[in-house]
Design a binder for this molecule. Structure first.
Ligand code: 2DT
Ligand code: MG
Length: 209
């Protein structure tokens, strides 16, 4: 990498309303304020052609079988891989709002969808350096009931998603489970501290697949 420092790939995962999007934005803003080159990425990226099909599906304006929509979400990550890799190599740290883990979790909780089958097409995408899983207590989840009317925005799905994320976190390195019941600022402080450490730790290492 002849002296160039690469950016870190940092993912934030969690159930709906756990504060992912807020935390992603704050993390990027704070990193920038510290003169760290950083950018926000979010999945699904609804701005691409594939993303448009995903958007219609989520808004319940179209129906797709579980396998087909799963592969669309994955394809939506594959189509961004090259650009993400280029940015990382240029030294830009990417803070990613949902990634493969949302893809695997939201699909594999469906009837007849096997975890292994869901995992397979994700292999070969860029591997994150750090994954934050924001968790909510049951009590706090019940206090944030403002669901929208997209698919998956219901209590039953969210409970399954929360459990599946926790199961997944036990099998992976590079994951930090962060209780997110607290204030936006408290959670932000934890994420920023861990992210800054990780950015320094990986800047001379190669990007992982
Ligand atoms: P947002 O509310 O964050 O826009 O997400 N989802 C997301 C999947 O089912 N598979 C995926 O690969 C990704 C990234 C989670 C919209 C919904 O899309 C789900 C919630
Ligand atoms: Mg949502």
């Amino acid at each position: 990498m002849n002296g160039m420092r690469r950016g870190a790939l940092i993912v934030i995962e969690g159930v709906d309303r756990s504060g992912k999007s807020t935390q992603c934005k704050k993390l990027v803003d704070s990193l920038k304020a510290m003169s760290v080159n950083a950018d926000l990425v979010r999945f699904p990226d609804r701005s691409t052609h594939i993303g448009g099909l995903i958007d219609k599906y989520l808004k319940q304006k179209s129906h797709l079988c579980d396998e087909a929509i799963h592969l669309m979400f994955t394809a939506n990550r594959w189509e961004k891989k090259e650009e993400m890799e280029r940015l990382l190599k240029q030294g830009v740290t990417l803070v990613v709002d949902r990634y493969s883990f949302s893809g695997i979790v939201y699909s594999s909780i469906k009837k007849n969808m096997k975890l292994h089958w869901c995992q397979e097409p994700e292999n070969g995408l860029l591997r994150p350096d750090l994954v934050f899983l924001l968790t909510l207590s049951e009590n706090e989840m019940a206090k944030r009931p403002n669901f929208g009317d997209e698919r998956y925005e219901n209590t039953e799905t969210q409970e399954k998603v929360a459990k599946a994320f926790l199961d997944m976190s036990r099998e992976q390195g590079d994951w930090e489970v962060v209780p997110a019941d607290g204030t936006i600022e408290d959670v932000h402080k934890v994420l920023l501290e861990r992210a800054v450490k990780k950015i320094a730790e990986v800047e001379r290492k190669s990007i992982r697949n």
